[in-house]
Design a protein around this ligand. Sequence first.
Ligand SMILES: Cc1ncc(COP(=O)(O)O)c(C=O)c1O
Length: 400
Amino acid sequence: MSSAEGYPSSAERASSDVSRIVDPVSTVESRPRAEAPDRALAHVKPCVREMGAYTLRPYEPRIKLNQNESPYDVPPAIKERIAERLAGRPWNRYPPFVAADLIDAVSEATRWPSGGVLVANGSNELIQSVLAVTVGPGVAVVVPEPTFTLYRLMTEVNGGTVVPVPLDAELRFDVDAIVRAARESSAAVVVLCSPNNPTGGALTREEILRVHDEADALVLLDQAYVEFGGYDAIPLLEGRPRLVVLRTFSKAMAMAGLRAGYMLAHPALAAEVHKAKLPYNINFFSEVAAAEVLRGRALLVPQQDAIRAERDRLLAELAPVPGIRVYPSAANFVLFRVEAPGTTHTEVFRRLLDEHGILVRDVSKYPMLDGCLRVNAGTPEEDGAFLLALRAILAAAGAD
Ligand SMILES: Cc1ncc(COP(=O)(O)O)c(C=O)c1O
């Protein structure tokens, strides 16, 4: 007789002694009979079951222009300082409970009081933390779209409702519509990504202020790309406790591989968001590296200048290419739409990769971005190769 839950009874186990002899390593006999995964999935929140996952297909291209990373590594002089500090610290101990060294470095660099600084394992984690403390079932979050997908994902994981506000036909923010949506939905949060990923458009100081002043919501302002252009909103934080600024080390600070980001907000709000963060969420490698990169940031300025120059070159050289439409960008990437009648964005993406080893990002599944690809600024050589390849592919498709 089998026991409850489908586990074999002791009598059944005894009768299977033969298989124990035949296969001494096997533990199959003690495993429960497999249940259908539905029994586990039944406990997952319906709002999560309905969602799609944030995924990225792995490729190994010759030239990688798909994730808006810096094409340049952290300068060797900074790496040496980081390595020295890492070697001199015991690895068997937890990192400090409060990442004070990095918080101090952020505070010094931004001139924002350390009590209003949170650091994390990438700014992604701070998006998650802010939405975890503000969003629950029935709570509205205004999200201009298309934008970075994590805002929608994290809102929905928390059971909240995304109130999408489409960009205008030129893919610019529609500030009137954002304000209207925030008021009509009594939104708890308005998410603004400026410069916006994946379109590259940025908000002016006045536009950010308008959204803040006319909506009674937290304004979660993601400035992951602000070193490349657009208004840097840190000066607006003073006296505006509803404004939250997120920044990352993954783009202009050349540290995507180490995962670090930070949040600036009123200390009272930072203390609440802190409650949703896991303890020791930033390991001491990333903490030390981010602090040293910030302190040595003057050494990164030439890289950042080069990336901006390459972004401008991409914009200038793509604009006259027949068969595509290019959108303005304040970030380190450029969005373009494949409009040539003889080909498709899928074909262009595939030929760039298969024939030239160049990987860009297919963003065509975002709302309003049918036919669009995104390419980030690389080194001059990488961008030269991309431009040459793209022109050749479009010319072969008969675009003129
Ligand atoms: C707008 C935006 N915010 C946040 C992030 C995530 O940054 P991090 O690497 O700090 O988690 C990205 C990464 O692509 C991004 O595009």
